[in-house]
Ligand binder design. Structure first.
Ligand SMILES: [Fe+2]
Ligand SMILES: [Fe+2]
Length: 206
């Protein structure tokens, strides 16, 4: 095999996040930390939000498997229906904006469902605590994205703001249904939020 031609055309740095500023024509506002191009920003946002909404729908599927016939069943179906709409919207953007979905969808398929099922098994309050923790992470994440998007992406920014308001509603539902009374609430919340943040970071790029 001739390795020389391969290595000559594939510099190692090509897969690293850009560390230096770029100033393409048409840039209208200050960049995110890391100075990604507008196209890279769009790709990361659509990719990670698609992944996140996919995972969210799976969390509720996992919870419904155990709680679907219980007193919180309708509440979880309501939240799941909204997540499905979020997911469908980002799946549409994956297609129309020609963004590669994350390679990690099979992992989020399993991890989302497992997180939902495990928290549901711990009880209704733990399931609600899961929602509160996830939505706190997502709220910050969507707020950062909305702030990073320029006027040229106003429709996407409006979509993100609309979904963010619905995620906020989910968080309020969780709090109203005694999430904070779940066993080991603080620990569970911290672990789930940390997991969400890792999932966000890798799903933006991978
Ligand atoms: Fe969502
Ligand atoms: Fe949500």
């Amino acid at each position: 095999m001739n390795d020389m031609t391969v290595s000559a055309t594939q510099p190692l740095a090509a897969t690293q996040p850009l560390a230096t500023a770029q100033h393409p024509a048409g840039a209208t506002k200050p960049r995110l930390p890391g100075d990604v191009t507008p196209r890279q920003l769009l790709e990361r946002i659509v990719r990670v939000d698609h992944a996140g909404e996919y995972g969210a729908a799976r969390i509720y599927e996992g919870q419904l498997a155990l709680m679907g016939r219980g007193p919180k069943g309708d509440l979880i179906r309501h939240m799941k229906a909204q997540e499905q709409h979020h997911l469908d919207t980002f799946a549409g953007l994956i297609a129309t904006r020609r963004v590669r979905p994350t390679l990690l969808l099979p992992i989020w398929h399993l991890a989302g469902y497992a997180l939902g099922a495990v928290t549901a098994a711990l009880g209704d309050r733990a399931a609600m605590a899961c929602t509160v923790a996830v939505e706190e992470a997502i709220d910050e994440h969507y707020a950062e994205q909305a702030a990073a998007l320029g006027e040229d992406e106003a429709p996407l920014r409006a979509t993100i703001e609309r979904f963010r308001a619905e995620e906020e509603e989910h968080k309020e539902i969780g709090l109203a249904h005694e999430a904070e009374l779940a066993p080991a609430y603080r620990l569970m919340s911290a672990v789930i939020k940390a997991g969400c943040k890792v999932a966000i970071k890798v799903s933006e790029r991978v």
